[in-house]
Design a protein around this ligand. Structure first.
Ligand code: ADP
Ligand code: MG
Length: 445
């Protein structure tokens, strides 16, 4: 419907549309009172034709927004309306702005066309003038000046708005934060694995076309447990963890979350009204961070807690600053994501997940997009969370890290779970043979 509208009115020359609208009362006499006034006829024709263009410009803006932004909103339990209002539209508008500015200038100039149906528009006024005074050139110069003036004012306003919305131009500064001198030694420690099964997957199956990507996968993760998922690229690791917070639907099987029905192969539970409220208890950290680029670091962290009304503004701000402090990013609270290194971005993303006080956090290769020298700072934060007893499922290529911090290692291969083994038993158990092989390979690769 909208597509047809856009297609039709963008193909139709404005002049044709204009004359048609003006003469429409011949077909529908009822419209005469409005349309016999050239101003209204002109306005209506312009609006019809321009909305088609402008809709297309906005569509372009919306399409330019990376899918990761939608996924981050999903993981933070932000529903469609809130997502578009706070995340998608502000960014899309920024993208569309220069083109929109252009389009409005075109509109201003197109008003001269309206003179065809004898609107007392500026060009026509000029024509009338010079038929009387014969100062053709002078009058046309005056008319041109008038247009140039309008367009100049307009361009100026548009570029002012553009600059205002451009976060890359904003000046930000680092906060003074007292550096704590005590270096907490992170140990794989007194951490206790609880009785509660936080994530309980049973025979989860997912195929893309004929390719089975998850072949009846079952997995139990207990509270406080750290599980690493390893395996060759394309083996289904990402798909596996994305099913847990319903970023990926499943064909069959069930997933229970802290003892309650959560997801099944019929998609029943994720349609429940409370799904968005519950999904926030599962934090997610993406390979490509998916921070909100138009918000400051602090706003990135506060957005979801504020959306879910988890406290007063002052409380949420204090908490957010606490989480930033925890990951060593307190000094950068007022910066925008583009002003941070990859490692810093990922640490912000982790504190954004922490701010929702999740029961478990899912990590999808949190260090794979980082320069080698930045990997350690992120792993250190994850290790700290592990020692504090956070339940975590981590897809990773960092083999040494995986064996050091995780309680259990899962290996995926071609959609099958080929190993599910306690870290302590990795070195000795026959079941660990394939894992050892793969790890040795990865170390050399
Ligand atoms: P890994 O994270 O282990 O590298 P993935 O879970 O991303 O693997 O992908 C597993 C397989 O599923 C790959 O063959 C991939 O091409 C395929 N796949 C993943 N997502 C989709 C999708 N949305 N549509 C079609 N195929 C997909
Ligand atoms: Mg992956």
């Amino acid at each position: 419907m909208a597509g047809t509208y856009i297609w039709f009115f963008r193909s139709l020359p404005l002049l044709v549309l204009l004359i048609f609208v003006y003469n429409l009362p011949q077909l529908m006499p009822g419209l005469r009172p409005i349309l016999s006034n050239p101003f209204w006829a002109g306005l209506i024709a312009l609006v019809i034709s321009e909305t088609a263009y402008i809709a297309e410009i906005h569509r372009g803006g919306l399409l330019s927004i990376d899918n990761g932004q939608h996924e981050a909103a999903h993981a933070l339990g932000i529903r469609s309306f809130g997502k578009y209002r706070q995340i998608i539209v502000p960014q899309a508008f920024r993208v569309a702005l220069p083109t929109l500015g252009n389009q409005f200038i075109t509109i201003v100039k197109l008003t001269s066309l309206v003179s065809v149906i004898s609107l007392s528009e500026i060009l026509l006024v000029g024509q009338r003038l010079y038929t009387r005074n014969f100062l053709v050139i002078e009058t046309l110069v005056a008319v041109s000046l008038y247009y140039v003036m309008i367009v100049t004012v307009f361009t100026w306003a548009a570029s002012w708005l553009e600059r205002r919305m451009d976060v890359t131009r904003r000046k930000t500064s680092e906060r003074e934060v007292p550096v704590s001198t005590e270096k907490k030694e992170i140990v794989r420690s007194a951490r206790k694995i609880g009785e509660e099964i936080v994530v309980d997957m049973k025979k989860v199956r997912k195929a893309f076309g004929k390719k089975v990507v998850l072949n009846d996968i079952s997995l139990e993760v207990r509270s406080g447990e750290v599980v690493s998922v390893i395996g060759p690229s394309g083996s289904g690791k990402t798909t596996l963890i994305r099913t847990i917070n319903a970023l990926q639907d499943i064909d069959a099987g069930t997933i229970r979350f802290h003892g309650e029905d959560w997801i099944d192969g019929n998609g029943r539970y994720q349609l429940a009204k409370t799904f968005h409220d519950d999904v926030v208890h599962l934090g997610m950290v993406f390979q490509s961070f998916n921070l909100f680029p138009h918000k400051t670091v602090l706003e990135n962290i506060m957005m979801a807690p504020r959306y879910h009304k988890m406290g007063s503004n002052a409380e949420l701000k204090e908490k957010a600053e606490g989480y930033l402090h925890k990951v060593g990013m307190a000094a950068h609270a007022d910066k925008y994501p583009h002003q941070l290194s990859g490692g810093q971005k990922q640490r912000v993303a982790i504190s954004r997940a922490l701010a929702m006080e999740p029961r478990a956090i899912l990590f999808d290769e949190p260090t794979s997009a980082l320069d080698p020298e930045l990997v350690a700072e992120v792993l250190r934060v994850i290790e700290m969370l592990a020692s504090e007893g956070m339940t975590m499922i981590i897809v990773t290529h960092e083999m040494r890290f995986a064996t050091r911090i995780s309680d259990r290692i899962i290996m995926m291969e071609d959609g099958n779970m080929v190993a599910n083994i306690k870290s302590q038993e990795l070195a000795t158990a026959p079941e660990g043979e394939r894992v050892r092989q793969f790890m040795a390979q990865s170390e050399h690769g």
